[in-house]
Design a protein around this ligand. Structure first.
Ligand code: URA
Length: 431
């Protein structure tokens, strides 16, 4: 079998066989196929798509590209939540401690930023000393001890996803349904949790822009999860504008901590609670009303915050930052972006905001690039807010004093006009 022929067949719209899919996944992991050929194949998949059979074959090839996690020594039900990627989406940092504080075990493997979207692992590195790569034994010990650990994808677990994910990030091949489904479900199945809840984003800032595509993606993921014997469901949620006010790594962790303290933005809190309810419900912890009461109480009582602090300490992080967020890295420079005229904010394009934060240094443009943990954006006005010419609509932060491109992107992202109709954040549930 030759990689050249696989690329050519996909380029010409053919359906790849399971053998061809296994061949390129294994070959890439073993370093027998160069990344330029995989990049070409990813682009062919991007344009020609994959059938459900091909998508399932790719998911299983990714799952089987390394070891399967043996989590049998973690006591209790293990659950995970995974998002298809959003801007300002720090819900994992809120949801995981809520459910962990209620006795669900969360052994979470998260990713880094992808394209214009942020990644939980990059965010957690804003906590000084926080180790995202403990060995498997330590990882499981932490989960058993404090109920929760969040680590980067290990090299041994679904290594194909880690490699493909990094390549897609820099070759403009992220927003492809089969590549997203196989990436998410390949690693989730390798991680072998009992319960999987997916947050499938839809809208301008999501990889799937239309509700139809988001539904298809959600259903494919849920079906694959269920077929593999996992309790799986998905919420389709709006990502036409950023979630919360903060975009960028340390800024987002601070906002997540605010939410855990009960002072978070209402959209972030609403979505985090809904995802936590979904997890508790699939874990059999009561009906939806009971699960809702449990999650609200976890925030109100401070138990979820304690859970987060316990994880930070167990993973070597500086717990003082949780109680005093002024200890997070701060950017040297800041710049106000101001409204150009009076009116209501009618839209804040999430993808452009994500790109603006990448321009400020918060994301990557080439594989492995280091990022500025303090860089990012704090929005000062959200969709529906009334602003006047000259009002500050956002503050940009960076350690490079070069804001022109990001400011321009943010101004283009923010439309001001007549009072808009309010959109629902949580659009539907897919089971
Ligand atoms: N999240 C993932 O894990 N993979 C994708 O491809 C997109 C979002």
């Amino acid at each position: 079998m030759r990689m050249y022929d696989i690329i050519k067949r996909k380029r010409d719209g053919a359906e790849l066989t399971n053998e061809e899919i296994n061949f390129f996944v294994r070959g890439y992991v073993k370093d027998e196929i160069p990344s330029y050929q995989i990049s070409a194949l990813l682009m062919a998949i991007y344009f020609k798509g994959m059938t459900e059979r091909e998508t399932l074959a790719l998911t299983l090839a990714i799952r089987d590209s390394g070891e399967r996690a043996d989590m049998s020594d973690i006591k209790g039900i293990r659950a995970d939540k995974h998002s298809t990627g959003g801007v300002g989406d720090k819900t994992s940092l809120v949801v995981a401690p809520i459910v962990a504080s209620l006795g669900v075990k969360v052994a979470k493997m998260s990713g880094r930023g992808l394209g214009h979207t942020g990644g939980t692992i990059d965010k957690l590195e804003a906590i000084s000393g926080f180790k995202v790569d403990p060995d498997m034994r330590t990882f499981k010990e932490i989960v058993n001890k404090v109920g929760l650990a969040i680590v980067g994808q290990s090299d041994s677990l679904a290594p194909a996803d880690k490699l493909l994910y990094a390549l897609r990030d820099v070759t403009a091949t992220v927003d492809s349904m089969p590549l997203i489904v196989s990436s998410i479900m390949g690693k989730k199945l390798a991680a072998d949790d009992d319960v999987i809840v997916l947050d499938v984003k839809t809208g301008d800032g999501a990889f799937m822009k239309t509700l139809d595509d988001s539904r298809k993606l959600a259903q494919m993921c849920v079906d694959i999860g269920k077929k593999a014997g996992k309790k799986t469901s998905a919420l389709i949620t709006d990502m036409s504008s950023p979630l919360g006010y903060a975009i960028g790594n340390s800024l987002e962790v601070i906002e997540a901590i605010d939410a855990l303290k009960g002072n978070g933005p209402s959209d972030l809190t609403e979505l985090s609670l809904a995802l936590a309810v979904e997890i508790l419900f699939l874990c059999g912890m009561g009906d939806r009303e009971q699960c809702k009461a449990l999650t609200e109480n976890a925030l109100r009582s401070g138990k979820a915050l304690e859970s987060f602090a316990a994880m930070v300490e167990a993973q070597g992080g500086d717990k003082r930052q949780i109680y005093d967020t002024s200890l997070f890295p701060r950017a040297k420079y800041g710049k106000s972006v101001r409204a150009q005229h009076d009116g209501y904010i009618t839209s804040v394009n999430a993808e452009d905001c994500g790109m603006a934060s990448v321009l400020l240094g918060a994301g990557r443009s080439v594989v492995g690039e280091s990022i500025d943990l303090a860089a990012g954006i704090v929005l000062k006005a959200k969709v529906g807010d009334l602003v006047h010419k000259g009002d500050e609509i956002a503050t940009l932060y960076s350690n490079r004093n070069d804001f022109a491109a990001a400011e321009n992107k943010l101004l283009c992202a923010t439309l001001i006009g007549d009072k808009p109709r309010k959109k629902s954040l949580i659009i539907e549930r897919v089971v």
